[in-house]
Design a protein around this ligand. Structure first.
Ligand code: ADP
Ligand code: ZN
Length: 731
């Protein structure tokens, strides 16, 4: 990277844009010059595009033809740390730099001058005559000292119409000013009193704060059962970062979790932090982006892409529920926010806290190897105890066809309803039924564009493809044989389970929680709050409920099908089942009443089910680690998934075969290629998908080898290639 920090007017600079080009473009620095890292607007053909000054120009062409930077935007230049970070993520994930820049500028109107609004304060002038209304306005302004109001706020406070205020402005008794809309975030005070911590918590906080004060990089795995007070603990690390004048970022896996978290931040620090997620409006996003860059947002809570915000001095990143799969982005730039949080922190000298009750095997292994520090919180806070976990052996239960709640589970739920406590029935399937079968010809209704079955959604009265989102009305006749009235649902989804629950417990108030049943994040948030306050006897939920929500009245969790995810082809099937079951069970008994978790299973003696029930976590991880080590798979080996796709299957396979034949760059580093083979979902949105898997020894330079392997490929027509380093899902 260049050491030159400033370019005079007319000097040639290299500008990185978000346009799909494989290089930077040269421009002349504008009037007044520009700094390295400056955000600029440059001409590209007939258009104006956003770019960042990336270094001195490359030259090598007729300089009289060079065009000039149009203008430098009024935002903080991109810091060196960020430029290095983007470059490293690009190298790690094999992503072109323009895509990285797009990820780092995901806020609209960055180039616009700060948008302004009118604010009102007490003026010097005297009104010609006083009325009651006018007196009230002036009193409000005097009462609040020097504070400024918007027109609406002032009129409301004084109980007058806005024309009264406007009248006072004309007379000079009230002053009207322009003020930027993107205001700094309210100050968070780390020295407000926090909760009194337990001995365990105090010890963990002391370690984290000592680490924080070094000002150097370091990662800690904070492992604690659900309800052990991890959040309270990491908030004290946030406090320490703020005391040092540094910024903190807390990543959460699910927007619906932010509401509770914001309340807790407000209780601890006296104000709310900045929020960055898909539920935020465009203006909010721009405000966050700008304020983070100028250091006027001390704490950001957000989704994975918040990691690419232009922090001025990032001192701490917390990744809560670090095992959660939503931290891996699987379109566009394929990155793991957890892993990239560690990378960014290593560059900028920040601390990382990975918090989880059920850590990923990756993080567990890094702690074992001494790369991460590990802190354990072993008991639940207060009177809360861990739920008792038991299997329900489905081979011994008397089940009516088309029902999924066993007599044993039914009895346990009924008991809770009688005691006025909540129960949760967990099923990890959206919709009414996963399969719609024709009883005349045996056909299963499939998506026209994907290699996937359509899932019936009764609420929507439609069939839906969970791959491409396509929906169609439920037909009366089988699309294959034409026979009418023979289509039947097979297997349970959350809607069908709710139907059974309504029939079984007619006296109960039932709430359904599934990501597709709510129009907005806000509606979902509201529902979760209602349930937490006790407004439901029985909750029927999908994966969504497994994630960190606090339902104090919940004392029973029933898992409808604990075997569901055991047998995937995925190398993480056992790990995922273990995490999910322990997380779901952890929802029970979080307050003063003890909880119970019942797992319906057809194979109670399966080693994973046994590990879940026994709670021997270390034993489970050791066994899982040994298995992966023997197989040379992550985290003890490296993997990459390559997916080729196109409208015709033949040409896609041809390229896959060419790649498999020309695997010299991979063999050089001791890597193997598997495939090409049809991907597990062989067609999505009409595109045929062919997959290759690369497996390399740990420590092998897999990115470099893959880059050399795919460089000579010429993809013709509509064929696309995506590379996923450290793939988390295999589809
Ligand atoms: P986790 O993040 O490990 O699931 P939380 O931090 O959410 O646990 O704590 C669980 C519950 O216990 C929360 O309601 C929290 O406010 C409460 N809690 C935890 N520690 C304390 C403490 N030291 N004092 C008071 N309440 C606490
Ligand atoms: Zn589809």
């Amino acid at each position: 990277m260049s050491t030159q920090e400033y370019f005079d007017q007319g000097e040639l600079v290299a500008v990185l844009t978000a346009q799909p080009l494989d290089r930077t473009l040269d421009y002349k620095a504008p009037e007044g010059g520009c700094f390295l890292g400056a955000f600029v607007e440059v001409p590209l053909g007939p258009r104006k595009v956003l770019g960042v000054v990336w270094g001195p120009g490359q030259g090598g062409f007729d300089l009289s033809k060079a065009r000039s930077v149009i203008r430098v935007l009024e935002v903080a230049p991109m810091r060196e740390e960020m430029r290095v970070f983007l470059g490293r993520v690009a190298d790690y994930t094999l992503t072109p730099m323009p895509s990285m820049l797009r990820l780092a500028t995901r806020a609209p109107g960055l180039g616009d001058p700060p948008s302004m609004r009118k604010i009102y304060r007490l003026g010097q002038g005297e009104p010609d005559r006083m009325t009651d209304a006018r007196t009230r306005v002036l009193e409000v302004l005097r009462d609040y000292g020097g504070l400024a109001f918007t027109l609406k706020e002032l009129a409301e406070q004084a109980g007058v119409t806005s024309s009264v205020v406007k009248g006072l402005v004309k007379q000079g008794a009230v002053r009207e000013e322009d003020s930027p809309r993107d205001l700094p975030y309210p100050h968070l005070d780390p020295d407000l009193p926090g909760k009194t911590l337990t001995e365990d918590q105090t010890a963990a906080v002391a370690k984290l704060q000592t680490g924080q004060r070094t000002g150097d990089y370091g990662t800690t795995l904070l492992k604690g059962v659900t309800g052990s007070g991890k959040t309270e603990v990491y908030l004290e690390a946030v406090a320490e970062a703020l005391r040092m004048g540094r910024q903190a970022l807390v990543l959460l896996p699910e927007i619906a979790l932010t509401a509770e978290f914001l309340t807790r931040v407000e209780a601890r620090f006296g104000a709310r932090p900045a929020e960055w997620h898909s539920g935020a409006t465009m203006t909010e996003r721009r405000r966050v982006w700008r304020m983070v860059g100028q250091g006027d947002a001390q704490l950001v809570v957000g989704a994975r892409s918040a990691l690419f915000l232009p922090f001025r001095d990032l001192g701490l990143v917390v990744v809560d529920e670090e095992h959660d799969t939503s931290y891996k982005q699987e379109d566009g730039v394929h990155y793991s926010a957890r892993d990239m949080a560690v990378l960014r922190s290593a560059i900028c000298g920040a601390r990382v806290i990975l918090a989880s009750a059920t850590p990923s095997l990756e993080s567990w292994a890094n702690a074992e190897a001494g790369k991460y520090e590990r802190l354990d919180l072993t008991s639940r806070f207060g009177a809360a105890v861990l739920p008792e976990m038991q299997p329900i052996d489905m081979r011994a239960e008397q089940m009516q066809p088309g029902t999924w709640i066993s007599p044993s589970l039914r009895q346990a739920v009924r008991q809770r309803i009688e005691r006025g406590e909540q129960s949760l029935l967990f099923i990890n399937r959206r919709g009414y039924a996963p399969v719609t079968l024709c009883r005349a010809c045996g056909e299963q209704i499939a998506c026209d564009h994907c290699d996937a079955r359509m899932v019936e959604h009764r609420f929507l009265k439609r069939l839906m493809c969970h791959q491409c989102g396509e929906t169609k009305p439920m037909p009366d006749a089988c699309p294959s044989c034409g026979v009418e009235g023979k289509l039947a649902p097979v297997g349970p989804g959350i809607e069908r389970l709710a139907e059974e629950a309504e029939a079984t417990f007619p006296e109960a108030k039932i709430a359904m929680l599934s990501s597709d049943l709510f129009g907005s994040a806000r509606a979902l948030k509201a529902k979760i709050e209602e349930i937490a306050e006790g407004d439901a006897d029985l909750i029927i939920g999908t994966q969504l409920v497994a994630k960190g929500h606090n339902f104090p009245k919940l004392t029973l969790v029933g898992v409808i099908d604990a075997d569901l995810s055991l047998h995937g082809a995925d190398l993480r099937a056992a790990e995922r089942t273990f995490q999910l079951m322990r997380q779901v069970a952890g929802r029970a008994g979080r307050a003063d009443k003890p909880g119970q978790a019942l797992l319906q299973t057809f194979q109670p003696e399966h080693p994973v089910i046994r590990a879940i029930l026994s709670g021997d976590e270390e034993g489970f991880w050791k066994a899982e680690a040994a298995g992966r080590q023997a197989a040379g798979v992550p985290p003890y080996g490296r993997m990459a998934g390559i997916v080729l796709s196109g409208p015709e299957v033949g040409p896609v396979f041809d390229i896959g075969n060419t790649m498999a034949r020309n695997d010299a760059p991979l063999r050089e580093i001791g890597a193997q290629v598997f495939g090409p083979a049809p991907a597990p979902i062989a067609r999505i949105r009409g595109r045929h998908r062919v997959r290759l898997l690369v497996k390399a020894p740990k420590g092998a330079p897999i990115q470099d080898a893959i880059a050399r392997w795919i460089a000579p490929l010429r993809l013709k027509g509509d064929i696309r290639l995506t590379v996923d380093i450290d793939p988390q899902s295999f589809y």
